[in-house]
Ligand binder design. Structure first.
Ligand code: FES
Length: 332
């Protein structure tokens, strides 16, 4: 089995919202690696964060037309990681080892994505509806939790927890049964459509209301999930959760929703407030789960048919760790 870092380095992971990356360098972490991002004339550059000279933190350097200038002695690095200027020895050849590792970065869906391998194993998730101009989006503040990225995506897919963890927000404690559902296994992930009797709590004299909400799940391995809500009581919207692995036990989750622009006057405030309350319920539960790392077997925990979707997702993650096709045999 491949190590966690080796298995997931060849995939694109979001490391920041594009809006966070301004004219100054931005420090980020991914898979145990300290990185620094900066804007160039043609896009985003990403390199290791420690200067090759004396290990200074390049994220407190300065972005110049030539590249990123270290704040300690002024060495300047291009987007390919090579040092292009040593101010103390301007006439001398620049040592070949005066360089930092550089990686690939791209921007899409309002996020900066990084791949730590020269050859990405898969493209970014395909969410064309976010690029045709028909939808508006609203992001949440980045969630940084002591939770494995895979455990985070599993809980997004876990219908059986809704009636318990989310009591008081939209979970329906009176109807915890999960009726049989099908899971579609794909070469890039899994998908399912499940009806859940969500409960809108009583407010302002209104009694609680049950809404049979259709939840449509679409997962792109390793750590991206899209969940569309087709409700009658709540606003129609789709949430996108992309867990970026800091380590095998810790992640930063980029979470946002798309919605119809005519809801612009109501949806963003409502979404951010209610979704943060819902996610805080998940955080309190997930940070207490052990082991923190997503299990790499099916025998160490016990499953029921209600867990079919998260366990099919886990099967896909295990296949990536094993270097096998993700549409291989189903788990026992
Ligand atoms: Fe960066 Fe010296 S430590 S230039």
């Amino acid at each position: 089995m491949r190590s966690y870092v080796d298995a997931f380095s060849p995939y694109w992971h979001p490391v920041a919202f594009s809006s966070e990356l301004t004219a100054v360098p931005l420090p980020v972490h991914l898979l145990g690696t300290e990185l620094v991002l900066w804007r160039t004339g043609s896009g985003v550059a990403v390199t290791h964060r420690r200067c090759a000279h004396r290990g200074a933190d390049l994220s407190v350097g300065v972005v110049t037309p030539e590249g990123l200038r270290c704040g300690f002695h002024g060495w300047t690095y291009g987007s390919d990681g090579r040092c292009v200027r040593v101010p103390s020895q301007p006439a001398a050849p620049i040592p070949a080892r005066a360089r930092v590792s550089a990686f690939q970065a791209t921007e899409r869906y309002g996020l900066v994505w990084v791949c730590l391998s020269p050859e990405p194993a898969a493209p970014l998730p395909e969410w064309p509806e976010l690029e045709d101009g028909a939808l508006a989006t609203v992001p949440l503040p980045v969630l940084e939790w002591d939770v494995a990225a895979g455990r985070m995506i599993e809980v997004v897919l876990d219908v059986a927890h809704l009636s318990f963890v989310h009591e008081g927000t939209f979970g329906n404690p009176e109807q915890p049964e999960v009726l049989p559902y099908e899971v579609e296994r794909r070469a890039t992930g899994v998908g399912a459509r499940i009806v859940y009797p969500a409960l809108a709590p009583a407010t302002d004299g209104m009694p609680p209301r049950v809404d049979r909400t259709t939840l449509t799940y679409d997962v792109t391995l390793p750590f991206a999930a899209k969940l569309a809500f087709k409700p009658t009581l709540f606003y129609v919207h789709t949430v996108y959760a992309i867990a970026s692995p800091l380590s095998e036990e810790k992640m930063r989750c980029f979470y946002f929703a798309s919605y119809h622009p005519r809801l612009r006057n109501h949806f963003p405030d409502m979404f951010v407030k209610s979704e943060l309350a819902i996610l805080e319920q998940d955080r309190r539960t997930l940070e207490g789960v052990r082991p923190r790392a997503q299990p790499l077997d099916f025998a160490s925990e016990v499953h029921t048919p209600a867990d079919r979707l998260p366990i099919e997702y886990r099967r896909g993650v295990i296949a990536l760790r094993l270097g096998k096709p993700v549409d291989g045999p189903a788990p026992e």
